[in-house]
Every structure is written in C-alpha cells, then in structure tokens.
Design a protein around this ligand. Sequence first.
Ligand SMILES: [Fe+2]
Length: 232
Amino acid sequence: MSKIYNFFPLSIYRGKIELPENTKKEMVKEIISMKETSDQGLKPSQNAWTGDTHGYEYLFQNKKFRTFYEEVEKHVIKYMDHFELDVSKLDFYFQRSWATLSNSKEHISPHDHSQSNLSFAYYLKKQPGDSKLVLVDKSKHNEFIPQLFTSPSINRNKIFKKRTLNNTPRINIEAEEDDIIIFPSKTLHGTEKNINNNDRISISADISVLAKESKNLEHLTPPFAEWKKFNK
Ligand SMILES: [Fe+2]
C-alpha cells in the first residue's frame, strides 16, 4: 500500500465575529464617510479604496470599532493555539488597521505585508457574489518543474487532468459577511479580478508579535517598552 504525506502546510484561520446589527451599521457609515472625505488623488481606477493609503491607517483608535478589535484579539489568540504557542510569553500589537471598500470591478492586486507578522481580513459587508480573497503560494514546495503550476500554456494544453490543492498556486477563500480570515502576513494575497462588487467592505490589520521577556532569547523581537529611539 502506498501513502502520500503532506508536510509543511500553510494554516489559514477562519472564524465568525457576530456584532450587533447597529454596531455594524455604525462601522459601515464611518467607513463610507472616510472614503468620501479622503484624498482620491493617487487612486488609479479599478483599484479598491484602501484606508491605509488614504490617511485612515489606525482604525483601532476609533471608539466605534472598539468591540470589533476586542473580538479580533480572541480569534488571533485561538489561531496561535493551532501552532501550540504559549501566548503568555508573547505580546501582540495591532500596528496598523484599515478598511477597504470595493465597488463594481475594483480589486486589490496580490501583495504581502512584509513589515508585519500576522494579518487578517474581516468582512463587514459582503454579498455572496462579491470578490473573494485570493491567496497565492510563494513557496510551491511541490512544483518540481519551474512554472509547472502557473504556466498558462501548460494550463491551455491540459497537461493537468484536474486542478486540486496538490497542484494549485492560488486558492480563493469562500468567506462570508462576518467572517474573519487570519494568515501569516508574508502570504501573498489579493482579491478576485473582474467580479462585480456591491459596496464590499472589509477591515484588515497588521499585527506584530513580540517577546514579553528577551533574556536568553534570540529571533523574537524584544519587548517594545525596552527599545530606545534615536535622539537625532
Ligand atoms: Fe493586504
């Protein structure tokens, strides 16, 4: 009998944040007004509005979002359980957080957040037909011929009988309104192209994970309180 082992996984967290309807309405209203009052100068068409590039990158400072971030914290801690981490030895910080708003065929091209450790997307407003979150595999451990999984001509010539999780370089996450998806910030991600969005609103954040105690410890960022800023 033969067997396949799947090693070195990418583990993505999915959970639900059930906020009172009026809290959600307030949040939606707030985000729409941010978009309306922000500078649109740099925004090329077909790109979704993202608060971080329009002066709204610290959404967690807004009192109307307080309950939401309390809930996010609980989900991030649960995600850490999956990796058997002792969270009592770690400090977690939201470093920045922002909303995104997509209308018609606006989308977000694949990118990562390399200055951060963990990121999430929470869907405050999403209809079933709105564009999905797309995750792109950068490591491709199984791609034993370069570009085997991504080549358009290999695809056109039907070299693969079927696409499965074992031979795909990207996947679409089937998230619904109220879902939160948490992933390592280094994961390449974006949103589906050419999909008609109807005021799709998501909230994202970048999270840093630091050591609570740095004694005899390498590789984790030391506690923020111990840092010294340049006098310059
Ligand atoms: Fe992102």
